[in-house]
Design a protein around this ligand. Structure first.
Ligand SMILES: NC(=O)c1ccc[n+]([C@@H]2O[C@H](COP(=O)([O-])OP(=O)(O)OC[C@H]3O[C@@H](n4cnc5c(N)ncnc54)[C@H](O)[C@@H]3O)[C@@H](O)[C@H]2O)c1
Length: 267
């Protein structure tokens, strides 16, 4: 029987992390590299992609590459898995971590329901749900060959629970129907794929709770009070579930959604 250190060892495997230059994505790249995996960092901004992939290579002595891809554009999305296998030798782990990050000047985003627009709904769905579908489809053959194929989709507490809008009172923050619907779809796509891609590929999801990023103090205080563990999450809180689901520590687990939310969805 293997011990836990052997089970979590990812040496010789390659992981593709979308949104890899973002807050949680970067923590995921570090986690996987620390366990020995080579890392492909995919994100929309070339400068941040290059910076993160160079930093991971220098700190963890693994092979890395950067892919500058807009996940709203299908052609570059579907080319990514083969590019990774060509440059790093294989594709074993796919983490769909990119998430739509609207800006405050985008019409129909971050506002009350009546103002949320169909155009923005489409854009959010494209990045949060359609891109993972297309990327997984393009990666399937490579992941099947791996012998350890693992897909992890990063969803959200809003995939499984409705928002408590009173958390946002008197703040400039919002909570969009498109975000919740796309993340809910991602969790159900996880279950669907887990049976369809078995037994060669495992497919699971992680649903983070709210991560502390200096949000409006009124929101932070209410959020903490509503959370059984009485704090917001951190990027570090997400690492354990990611390593568990990526590695052979979870080799008999597929189709699951681990809520890493301090108990937020338990009430
Ligand atoms: N921060 C939270 O509180 C929280 C809570 C629950 C779930 N999540 C989810 O976790 C994941 C990571 O979020 P984060 O908090 O690290 O946010 P983040 O903004 O730091 O990271 C998201 C990354 O996705 C990338 N991205 C967005 N649109 C893209 C596109 N079209 N093409 C390529 N890349 C694109 C961004 O450039 C960014 O680097 C997201 O899926 C998010 O929905 C976050």
């Amino acid at each position: 029987m293997k011990n836990n250190l052997e089970l979590m060892d990812l040496s010789g495997r390659t992981a593709l992390v979308t949104g890899g230059a973002g807050h949680i994505g970067q923590a995921f790249c570090e986690t996987l590299a620390e366990a020995g995996a080579n890392i492909a960092v995919l994100d929309i901004d070339q400068e941040r992609v290059t910076e993160v992939s160079k930093d991971i290579a220098a700190r963890y002595k693994v092979k890395t590459m950067g892919l500058t891809v807009d996940l709203a554009k299908q052609e570059s999305v579907v080319a990514a898995p083969q590019q990774v296998a060509d440059q790093l030798g294989s594709l074993d782990i796919l983490i769909n971590c990119a998430g739509f990050v609207g800006t405050s000047d985008l019409p129909g985003w971050g506002c009350e329901f009546e103002g949320q627009s169909v155009d923005t709904w489409r854009l959010v769905t494209e990045v949060n749900l359609t891109a993972p579908f297309a990327l997984i489809q393009a990666a399937t053959e490579l992941l099947r060959k791996s012998g350890h194929g693992s897909i992890i989709n990063i969803a959200s507490i809003y995939a499984v629970a409705g928002p408590d809008m009173s958390l946002y009172d008197e703040t400039k923050m919002g909570n969009d129907a498109a975000y919740a619907a796309s993340k809910g779809g991602l969790v159900q796509m996880t279950r669907w794929l887990s049976t369809v891609l078995a037994p060669e590929i495992r497919v699971n999801a992680i649903s983070p709770g709210g991560i502390f990023r200096n949000q409006d103090p009124k929101f932070v205080e209410r959020y903490k009070q509503r959370t059984p563990l009485k704090r917001m999450g951190t990027e570090e809180d997400m690492k354990g579930a990611l390593l568990f689901l990526s590695s052979d520590l979870s080799s008999y687990i597929t189709g699951q959604n681990i809520l890493v939310d301090g108990g937020w969805t338990t009430w």
